[in-house]
Design a protein around this ligand. Sequence first.
Ligand SMILES: Cc1cc2nc3c(=O)[nH]c(=O)nc-3n(C[C@H](O)[C@H](O)[C@H](O)COP(=O)(O)O)c2cc1C
Length: 266
Amino acid sequence: MEPFFCYNIKRGSDKISHRSVLKKKSTMSEKDFFLSQTMMGQVPLSARPCQSLQQRAIQNKEACVPLLKKTEISRSSESLKKNLSSRRSRRSYSLETLSLEELSYLIWASQGLRFESSGAIWRTAPSAGGCHPVQLLIAPFRVEGLSSLVYYYHPFDHTLYPYLQIGNSEDSFAEACLGQGFISEAATLFVWVVDIEQAVSRYGKRGYRYMFIDAGHICQNLYLAVEDLGLATCAIGAFDDDEINSLLELDPSWYWTIYLAPVGRR
Ligand SMILES: Cc1cc2nc3c(=O)[nH]c(=O)nc-3n(C[C@H](O)[C@H](O)[C@H](O)COP(=O)(O)O)c2cc1C
């Protein structure tokens, strides 16, 4: 397959004509397209040498350095240690509502603004080159003060804007996530969508790698904030791309849903 996309993109400020590229992209499957961008598909898995990285490293036992246990570390905060220690994926939620205060905290902690200066912004999650291509949609199934719409989160004013009405959205999302029924029992659903043009705007094809890493940081922040409030969440990467994008009326030429997380009470 002829590599066509981004190979003429240089580092820095070069802009691409995303639209022309996408015409060609439409001839490839999503998987082939992703692999062609990341080069990951070019590594034959069967080619691993007989000795793994771990086997090679642990041979040198004499020079190994045992680290301090978390209980022996006095400089760290107890709350961070506690949240890291208790964090886990929780797939069972009570049917109670979440308060707007709780949701506000979770959203801020996961990827809200922490600093703004002269139009430049810094957020609670890191993002390669500060591009922040991962956008947040919130589907509140049971959150005080919110309708059963899908909302778009705008980080600049820390505000939810109505985006879309989906009938029976709890079940529709669970269905699109390959029938993972516990999703429909959550009080709310975080849906992370990448703006592809924003993702490749700075680093070209490298942006295809960074956007997934960015999303991982955001979701980990959410896990820790959820733990902080004594709530429950579970990262969701198993879903039908086409189904979820069509549910959210997203044009996959421009936006990809890449990650989700239901949140509820334990
Ligand atoms: C990228 C990613 C995708 C995941 N997708 C799902 C999913 O679709 N459904 C699910 O129940 N758990 C999912 N998980 C949660 C993992 O199963 C979970 O993190 C793992 O079993 C380790 O358990 P822990 O999070 O409690 O430490 C996902 C986690 C990650 C990081």
